[in-house]
Design a protein around this ligand. Structure first.
Ligand SMILES: [Zn+2]
Length: 114
């Protein structure tokens, strides 16, 4: 029996089963079954799907790649240390050319030059 459930976020919308694409760190993991709210468009994955996504993230080495790091000094420059797991995932090497630009006041993006 498929009973429609009210959306826990907006309270008005109905959740309907659907397939949604899911990606993490720019890597597409596939389409997964989810419930989508017809009012606020919030997507919900059930526990089984969450575990499936987590399993794929681990297989692809994408799990837990958000790491804490600290800014330190070297002379007049600031140094950001890149955790080993991220360096491995991105195949970063010493002397890689990079471009850094801010995205607002509390985020910056580092692009690796090809
Ligand atoms: Zn909603």
């Amino acid at each position: 029996m498929k009973e429609k459930i009210n959306c826990p976020v907006c309270g008005n919308g109905k959740l309907k089963p659907t397939q949604v694409p899911y990606e993490v760190y720019g890597v597409k993991l596939g389409d997964f079954s989810a419930h989508l709210c017809n009012e606020c468009n919030e997507e919900w994955f059930d526990e089984k799907t969450c575990k499936e996504i987590e399993k794929i993230e681990k297989e692809k080495g994408l799990f837990g790649l958000s790491k804490k790091s600290k800014i330190s000094y070297s002379g007049n420059s600031l140094i950001v240390r890149i955790p080993e797991q991220i360096a491995k995932f991105m195949h970063l090497k010493k002397e890689n050319d990079i471009i850094i630009h801010p995205e607002g006041k509390n985020k910056f993006v580092v692009e690796i030059e090809a």
